[in-house]
Design a binder for this molecule. Sequence first.
Ligand SMILES: Nc1nc2c(ncn2[C@@H]2O[C@H](COP(=O)(O)OP(=O)(O)OP(=O)(O)O)[C@@H](O)[C@H]2O)c(=O)[nH]1
Ligand SMILES: [Mg+2]
Length: 266
Amino acid sequence: MSDAPAEADRRCGFVALIGAPNAGKSTLINALVGSKVAIVTPKVQTTRTLVRGIAMEGPAQLVFIDTPGIFAPRRRLDRAMVTTAWTGAHDADVVAVLIDAKSGLDEDAEALLKKLEEVRQPKVLILNKVDLVDKVKLLGLAQAINTRGKFETTFMISALGGDGVADVRKWLAERVPLGPWHYPEDEVSDAPLRQLAAEITREKLYLKLHQELPYQSTVETETWTERKDGSVRVEQIIYVERESQRKIVLGKSGQSIKAPPSRAAT
Ligand SMILES: Nc1nc2c(ncn2[C@@H]2O[C@H](COP(=O)(O)OP(=O)(O)OP(=O)(O)O)[C@@H](O)[C@H]2O)c(=O)[nH]1
Ligand SMILES: [Mg+2]
């Protein structure tokens, strides 16, 4: 490729997206990458582990790290997830702090900003869901948050609609350090396909079963067989905690379980 950036001009950096549960971190990583690398649901605590998504912007490779939502944890699993999220932040070159503009400075956001004081990395503030809030409230919120923490800049975006997402990507591309790319330039995720497939099934289960399904349920891809016609046969196991939950997942005569795979390709 003749227009490939010279090695010396290349940049590469890790950008952690942190925020309260449901702030829109996973929606944003998908928008930044331009491909679905993380699952999204209206439920809190959808993301459980660090999920990487890779985007190219000019001579820069941006490795985004989606993290579990940060909140005051009570149970052990919750604590582990929150710890994981902070690890993602501490390991990044830049930390993007996502605040749901609709919820504003609620308890979760306040606690997050307090704990953020311990993070030494450069920080950028992203107010998300601007489609749900009027401009005056938005400006007030941006001001209030900027008095609580030191942010290099503030973006106001709609991760869902795409407003402002390209500006975020451009700014980050100039902010990350010079250095070689970590991944091939056409790669959008470092997760194996079988893992992505398991996550997609979990997303469909969540969307379908709403409150009935406890988030402790997990999905594992057991076999992945590529067939001659180019299609793939995927066998997965859904783990639940109790017999009653198994019935919910399966549905009446297996009705529920039949639905997710047919939509898993989206
Ligand atoms: N109106 C609106 N909704 C949004 C926007 N961004 C995300 N959402 C919605 O907010 C909900 C949560 O989005 P996620 O991307 O799963 O949020 P998250 O921060 O990754 O959540 P956890 O993984 O649970 O911490 C979903 O229903 C999204 O569609 C936005 O810009 N505008
Ligand atoms: Mg998420």
